[in-house]
Ligand binder design. Structure first.
Ligand SMILES: Nc1ncnc2c1ncn2[C@@H]1O[C@H](COP(=O)(O)OP(=O)(O)OP(=O)(O)O)[C@@H](O)[C@H]1O
Length: 206
């Protein structure tokens, strides 16, 4: 088993790293999915209640609740992984979670910190779909502060591997593949979609 966890501030590139893994056939386990599943179990809309339910789980089951609930998903994914049991875990937030994974997987767990400066992240998140840049900056600052307060800053400090995502997306993807142990771009791409059997629009013949 080879479990690779990612940690990074909002907009640092965790989602992009997960896409690179998926494209290479490495299963991705998103820790937030555990919270979304619990929202649904309680009959709540994850879009509205995600934060509250994450807090409730930690209170009811301990600070490592989300990591603990993610463990079986990681083991299942590793068993199904064609890539030598490699799995990417997206979204560690605290040192308690890190310790839970280290305890469960020992040396088979690697924590990867993804870093990009505030201004770069703000710009990228802005490009992801918002318009009002001043309130965006303020909102990002608040998100950063909240995450750091919950322990993300310390978790970043304790990573085994650093990835700097200040440069181009191509450079970042190459570095992620390196860390994942995926060699070439062609290999990472897997099967490209084909449009072999596109149904005819019925316009031929006149
Ligand atoms: N090196 C890069 N160059 C240009 N754009 C990038 C680069 N890295 C990431 N991006 C883009 O920046 C945005 C934020 O990246 P991504 O969604 O991967 O961050 P994240 O860490 O998952 O953020 P969040 O925690 O907010 O979900 C995305 O639109 C992504 O495509």
């Amino acid at each position: 088993m080879n479990v690779i966890g990612t940690v990074g501030l909002p907009g640092s590139g965790k989602g992009e790293a997960a896409s690179v893994a998926e494209a290479a056939g490495i299963p991705v386990v998103v820790m937030g999915d555990v919270i979304r599943a619990e929202c649904r179990r309680r009959g709540l809309d994850p879009a509205q209640h995600h934060g509250r339910i994450a807090g409730a789980l930690r209170e009811e089951e301990g600070d490592d609740a989300i990591a603990a609930r993610t463990l079986p998903r990681i083991r299942e994914a590793a068993a199904e992984s064609d890539r030598g049991g490699t799995v990417l875990v997206d979204g560690l937030r605290s040192t308690v979670e890190l310790e839970r994974f280290r305890e469960a997987f020992g040396d088979d767990f690697t924590l990867v910190a993804i870093r990009a400066p505030f201004e770069v992240r703000a710009e990228r998140l802005g490009e992801r779909g918002r318009d009002d840049s001043d309130s965006d900056l303020e909102a990002l600052r608040e998100r950063d502060d909240r995450e750091i307060e919950l322990g993300l800053g310390e978790t970043l400090e304790r990573a085994d591997v650093e990835i700097d995502n200040t440069d181009s997306l191509a450079a970042f993807r190459t570095r992620v593949r390196e860390v994942l142990g995926v060699e070439s771009e062609a290999e990472a791409k897997g099967s490209a979609p084909t449009d072999a059997e596109t149904p005819s629009a019925g316009g031929d013949g006149a």
